[in-house]
Design a protein around this ligand. Structure first.
Ligand code: KG4
Ligand code: ZN
Length: 343
């Protein structure tokens, strides 16, 4: 069963071929980072136009990379939400056209569920999973530029959301903070680099929201902005901000955000009787988050293979394998659902 997975929910035009839900045969991501970097964030109109340009060549490159041609494709899967409406529409229509012309099933995939299934994709060409397959029930932390959700996964395709951010997503806070510190976009990797070897400074506040599994990051973002102003980092003075102060604030921000994410995820996993923790979404690439989770819990931890944390088509194809197995198949009226949630 070879599934072509298409992902255009945000700013990456991505397509991949995954065999039997696990073997990655080809993975192509046409990134728009450079286009949006200039604006310090994603410009939806530019994103959808770029998807229109890239979707054809990207899908073709994935099929070519996997070998076997279009005839070997047994289903087409596509993200239909959540995400930017104009971006989702491009992927969904391309997927409909391909599935119809190939005469194969169409599967609509929830982007958040895709982030979870990135961890079932074997790294490399048919190699083993980086860790044994996770056991249910799992506490899934889906943490990206648009979401920070804690979702209990009771089995394949079975979810219950137990917590979410009440304001900004964690990745969004990383991106906004990087902008204030003049570190560029996307913010997560830039803050991670700046924090390496940075001096310690006064800690930033943590929003614990006791007695709930919800998160809040807007207070941290505001506190960082205030400190950046007080320390003459923002707005940047003529000649630029002091790089030592910038890196110290990047470290303090990363420590505060990760402290809360790690502690609350572990607490939720324990409270809801989970046997392991799975992390998915762009922020799963955070080295500091991984280290803190490893340091604080003995529970089995699952992270996506390198390169599959941020948006890609492989996670959509992997998820679609389990969806199809459960009898899920989309009609030709499959629509985009920009506000779709999971669990
Ligand atoms: O999943 P993704 O590619 O797109 C969304 O669905 O949002 O996630 C992108 C987000 C960005 O906010 C980016 O700053 C964040 O993931 N990110 C990181 C790291 N790498 C990417 N955040 C923290 N640390 C990182 N190393
Ligand atoms: Zn994503």
């Amino acid at each position: 069963m070879r599934i072509l997975g298409i992902e255009t929910s945000c700013d990456e035009t991505a397509a991949a071929i995954v065999e039997d839900g696990v073997r990655l045969l080809a993975n192509v991501v046409a990134s728009q980072t450079e286009i949006h970097a200039r604006y310090g964030g994603i410009v939806p109109e530019l994103a959808s136009r770029q998807h229109v340009r890239q979707i054809g060549p990207t899908a073709e490159a994935a099929v070519e990379g996997a070998g076997g041609g279009w005839d070997a494709v047994s289903a087409v899967a596509v993200t239909h939400g959540p995400g930017l409406a104009g971006s989702l529409i491009v992927g969904v229509n391309a997927a409909k056209g391909l599935a119809a012309s190939l005469g194969v099933p169409l599967v609509g995939v929830n982007h958040l569920e895709g982030h979870i299934y990135a961890s079932w994709v074997h790294a490399g060409d048919g190699g083993a999973l980086p860790a044994p397959a996770p056991e249910f029930p799992l506490m899934c932390l889906v943490v990206s530029g648009g979401h920070t959700d804690l979702i209990q996964m009771r089995g394949h395709c079975s979810y219950r959301r137990v917590g979410r951010t009440r304001d900004d997503a964690a990745g969004e806070a990383f991106d906004k903070t990087a902008r204030v510190l003049g570190l560029g976009f996307p913010g997560g990797p830039a803050i991670q680099r700046a924090a390496v070897g940075a001096p310690r400074t006064d800690p930033l506040p943590r929003a614990w929201l006791a007695d709930t599994d919800d998160f809040s990051f807007s207070g941290l973002k505001t506190a960082l902005l205030r400190r950046a102003r007080e320390e003459g980092v923002y707005p940047p003075p003529p000649g630029g901000a002091d790089p030592v102060r910038v890196s110290a604030l990047a470290r303090a921000f990363q420590e505060a955000a990760v402290d809360v994410i790690a502690a609350k995820t572990i607490a939720a996993a324990e409270r809801h009787g989970c046997r392991g923790i799975l992390v998915g979404g762009g922020v799963a690439a955070s080295q500091h988050l991984r280290e803190e989770l490893e340091r604080r819990t003995a529970m089995p931890l699952t992270f996506p293979p390198t390169g599959l944390s941020t948006d890609n088509g492989a996670m959509i194809a992997a998820c679609a394998f389990y969806r199809l197995r459960a009898g899920d198949r989309a009609g030709w009226d499959l629509d985009v659902l920009p506000g779709l949630r999971l669990g």
